[in-house]
Design a protein around this ligand. Structure first.
Ligand code: CUA
Length: 293
């Protein structure tokens, strides 16, 4: 292959034209990509979420994604500028120098400022995610076990919703595979506080629509709160490999209006206190049907 030095002058002279064509093509592709998503604000793989906490998490992600794109654009522009502007034109050795104070100061100070800004926003969002208001509308004990979930309302052990396997892995009933996943019911617009624990091994409590994941750890209590902003059904799952039926550790989240929530809770409590109905409340997971609305 011919080296640049041995190229005829006419070929070298054609490089700027080629560079221009590359620049035009790149701009066209970039414009097509950007404009294609114009009817809807791009989320770059994230979800805006359905809780106040999730919204803040999304905004943090969005800001960091925008900053990342801006940095990438500057870096790529500088790389291509350097490639084209300082390409080899002849055999003369360019000016040689070892340092450039101004440049070094800029590329040290600017990233430090960026990291400080990202740090401040991250801490603010994390503090909001971890905040537990004094008077939640509902307190729910969430217990993960091999292989299911148990949701006990109001911390009294009263209303309980749990997986059909009832927490006895050695006697998994056939109905376990009938997709009888339990449903975590939450009121819209009010803050519910979750007390998360594990009965056996490490599990992961994850709700995609909440932009939220947390370990359920044996011997450790994790407390966090959600304030849902809209009603609907949303899927949840265990995200920590926890044994043979890890993939079956699914649950639904059902967000209802506060009035519907009170009615639902009262109905469950009445079921609980009517004679012979206790087992119904304990295994009332049949309301969940896999997360579809
Ligand atoms: Cu529990 Cu995976």
């Amino acid at each position: 292959m011919a080296s640049l030095a041995s190229m005829p002058r006419s070929r070298l002279a054609s490089v700027p034209g080629a560079a221009r064509r590359v620049a035009i093509a790149t701009t066209c592709v970039a414009a097509a990509v950007v404009l294609a998503g114009c009817n809807e604000e791009p989320t770059w793989g994230a979800t805006k979420g359905v809780t106040k906490q999730a919204h803040d998490e999304f905004k943090l992600w969005y800001g960091m994604a925008l900053a990342g794109i801006a940095v990438a654009a500057i870096v790529w522009a500088l790389i291509f500028w350097a490639i084209l502007r300082y390409r080899r034109r002849d055999d003369r050795i360019p000016k040689q120098f070892q340092d450039h104070r101004v440049l070094e100061l800029i590329y040290t100070i600017v990233p430090v400022i960026m990291v400080v800004i990202i740090f401040i926003f991250t801490v603010a969002v994390e503090n909001f995610m971890d905040a537990n208001p004094a008077k939640p509308a509902a307190r729910i004990d969430v217990t993960a076990y091999q292989w299911g979930w148990r949701f006990a309302y109001d911390r009294t052990g009263g209303v309980v919703v749990q997986s059909a396997n009832n927490g006895h892995p050695t006697t998994l009933p056939r109905s376990y595979f009938a997709k009888q996943y339990p449903t975590l019911t939450l009121p819209e617009g009010q803050t519910s506080r979750i007390y998360l624990r594990s009965n056996d091994v490490v599990h992961g409590f994850y709700v995609h629509a909440f932009n939220f994941s947390r370990y359920a750890l044996p011997g450790w209590l994790n407390i966090f709160s959600f304030t849902p902003t809209r009603t609907g059904w949303f899927p949840g799952q265990c995200t920590q490999y926890c044994g043979l039926y890890h993939s079956e550790m699914l649950f639904n989240v059902h967000i209802v209006t506060p009035a519907e929530f009170r009615t639902w809770l009262a109905h469950k409590e009445s079921q609980l206190h009517s004679p012979g109905a206790v087992t119904t409340a304990e295994t009332s997971s049949s309301t969940g049907t896999g997360g579809s609305p």
